[in-house]
Design a protein around this ligand. Structure first.
Ligand code: SF4
Ligand code: SF4
Length: 194
């Protein structure tokens, strides 16, 4: 795939990565912190038939990317906006602000303020309509980092409450575990806790 994407880049005027796997290595990037041979042996009856890489990385780590469309899954309206923008030769107008803005627009009661839950909404890019907090579930960052996401500040806030370092690391290591600022912060927390 690394060779294919370089070939594609050479032949392509505009390269857009779509979804968490392409923009941040996806859920399978959890292998970056583990022994992938052990993972394979736990999952497959015949691990000898499985050929896979030991790490999962964003496409932008390998070639220049013109636009990253985030989300797991992506939002179809954002996809249409990106396509329309490319056809019109303008920059896509997708949100760069955090899920918290959408959450407040919906009038949802904040899970951090009322329950002290480790919500990643303040550092996660908008696009989902803040679905999870509506169902009393903290955001786990499936749209990846928002612009200027301050993960250390959010960790400090959550850790001052009832959130443990392990819970905070798990919150950051999900669909976008290898997204730059999420990865840096989860590694920092892990190194401080060992
Ligand atoms: S519940 Fe989460 S997303 Fe909603 S306002 Fe609070 S921190 Fe932000
Ligand atoms: S995890 Fe966060 S970004 Fe993803 S759907 Fe839930 S609230 Fe939205």
């Amino acid at each position: 795939d690394a060779k294919r994407i370089r070939d594609i880049r050479r032949q392509t005027k505009t390269l857009v990565t779509i979804g968490a796997c392409a923009t941040a290595g996806g859920i399978q990037a959890l292998r970056n912190w583990s022994d992938h041979e052990e993972f394979i042996a736990s999952v497959y009856a015949h691990p000898e038939y499985i050929e896979t890489l030991s790490t999962s990385t964003p496409i932008a780590d390998h070639v220049a990317v013109d636009f990253e469309l985030r989300g797991c899954p992506i939002d179809r309206h954002q996809l249409l906006e990106v396509l329309a923008a490319l056809i019109a030769d303008r920059s896509p107008r997708t949100p760069r602000h955090s899920v918290c803005i959408e959450c407040k627009r919906r009038g949802t009661v904040c899970l951090v303020v009322t329950q002290g839950l480790p919500c990643l909404g303040p550092v996660t890019q908008a696009g989902c309509g803040a679905i999870c907090p509506v169902y009393d579930r903290p955001c786990y960052g499936c749209f990846g980092p928002a612009a200027q996401a301050n993960c250390p500040a959010l960790s400090t806030h959550h850790l001052a409450g009832k959130t443990t370092e392990t819970q905070m690391i798990h919150a950051l290591r999900n669909m976008n575990a290898a997204a730059n600022v999420f990865q840096i912060e989860s590694d920092r927390l892990e190194s401080e806790s060992t």
